[in-house]
Design a protein around this ligand. Structure first.
Ligand SMILES: Nc1nc2c(ncn2[C@@H]2O[C@H](COP(=O)(O)OP(=O)(O)OP(=O)(O)O)[C@@H](O)[C@H]2O)c(=O)[nH]1
Ligand SMILES: [Mg+2]
Length: 335
């Protein structure tokens, strides 16, 4: 999970071309749904392995089954409070004998999990009136900010929007080059001033440039930081303040990129970022690794923030819009 090499040149992506050629040969291209299942394979294995004994069991679900389920959900990173709510709910169904077989229990669990995530399913909206729409990307070091920006630019371009990138990470050596590489891959302009420049001024310039060029969306990268680094959190305040001078609604989205592999720690970090600067959305990355996936339920329950995207790989196509049922069914099978 933590073995990813950081800051390398983005990998050449082969999958889209493979899909295209399959389509040209008259074969069905991989659907997003099927590839989500594939991409979440490791996460699903972790989730299902711990639940498999329950669902394979021939005996009727009983109190002991629920206790096993409770352990399984907690070890899948769902978090104690959220797990307790789920178990309490199932407990009352069990006492009403609504769950008289393992399949009924699996289906009830799927519905409960979908329900828990439903409120977080709020895809990013980009109204035509907000032009340029300014998306500020924040998060701790190595969470996947810059990579997610590259993927997001690609997603937006596929929807027919023009995108400009702002190299607001002026702190880490090579951060600007990493963003510029994503700019090249997407054929999107990148506004940069180099390492050591004032991030607020870079992003301000980028928004002005996007206005002049009639570009739809500006995505601003920022340096990784911890909520405890108050000088760096102040820097984010400054960026927001300066952007507000160009457009009082900017940034229109403040998106926190969270590493799904951090489990419950990611939840705390997100809460602290939200308290410090006010977030409007989340993207949870690295769910193709051994991240257990349960953290999404805890995040949806505790933070009450939209989960806009999930990251399921390092390639340009690997940022997916978040949909509650699709995600749960990718983990637990169809409801
Ligand atoms: N497997 C996998 N790797 C990812 C995903 N998202 C990002 N990564 C990898 O995580 C590493 C760090 O990604 P970056 O985009 O550089 O992270 P960052 O948050 O910009 O890092 P800093 O700029 O240092 O704060 C890179 O190797 C990425 O390829 C994902 O969804 N899945
Ligand atoms: Mg970065």
């Amino acid at each position: 999970m933590f073995g990813f090499k950081k800051h390398k040149t983005p990998k050449a992506e082969t999958r889209p071309e493979a899909d295209e050629s399959a389509a040209q040969n008259g074969q069905a291209a991989t659907s997003d749904d099927a590839s989500l299942v594939t991409r979440l394979a490791k996460t699903r294995r972790g989730f299902r392995d711990s639940l498999a004994d329950l669902f394979l069991g021939k005996k009727k679900p009983d109190q002991e089954t629920l206790e096993d389920l409770e352990t399984a959900l907690i070890s899948a990173d769902v978090g104690i409070d959220t797990t307790t709510e789920i178990i309490d709910h199932l407990q009352s169904s069990l006492s009403r004998k609504a769950l008289d077989n393992p399949e009924a229990l699996r289906l009830a669990l799927i519905e409960l999990l979908v329900e828990k995530l439903q409120a977080a399913e709020q895809p990013l909206q980009i109204p035509a009136s907000d032009k340029p729409f300014v998306l500020l990307v924040v998060g701790i070091n190595g969470a996947g900010k810059t990579t997610s920006i590259g993927k997001l630019a690609h997603n937006l371009q596929k929807q027919g929007r023009s995108v400009l990138l702002a190299a607001g990470d002026t702190f880490r050596a090579a951060a600007v080059e990493q963003l510029q590489e994503w700019g090249r891959r997407n054929d999107a302009p990148v506004i940069a001033q180099g390492t050591g420049a004032d991030p607020a001024s870079v992003i301000f310039d980028a928004v002005q440039s996007a206005s002049a060029k009639n570009i739809d969306v500006v995505i601003a990268d920022t340096a990784g930081r911890l909520h405890t680094q108050s000088n760096l959190m102040d820097e984010l305040h400054k960026i927001k303040r300066v952007l507000g001078k160009l457009d009082e609604n900017a940034p229109h989205e403040t998106l926190l990129i969270m590493d799904g592999g951090f489990g419950q720690n990611a939840l705390q970090q997100a809460q602290q970022f939200h308290d410090a600067i006010g977030l409007t959305g989340l993207a949870i990355t690295k769910l193709d690794g051994t991240a257990k996936g349960g953290v999404l339920f805890a995040v949806a329950d505790k933070l009450q923030l939209p989960i806009r995207f999930i990251g399921v790989g390092e390639g340009i196509e690997d940022l997916r819009e978040f949909h509650a049922r699709e995600f749960v069914e990718a983990l637990l099978g169809k409801g």
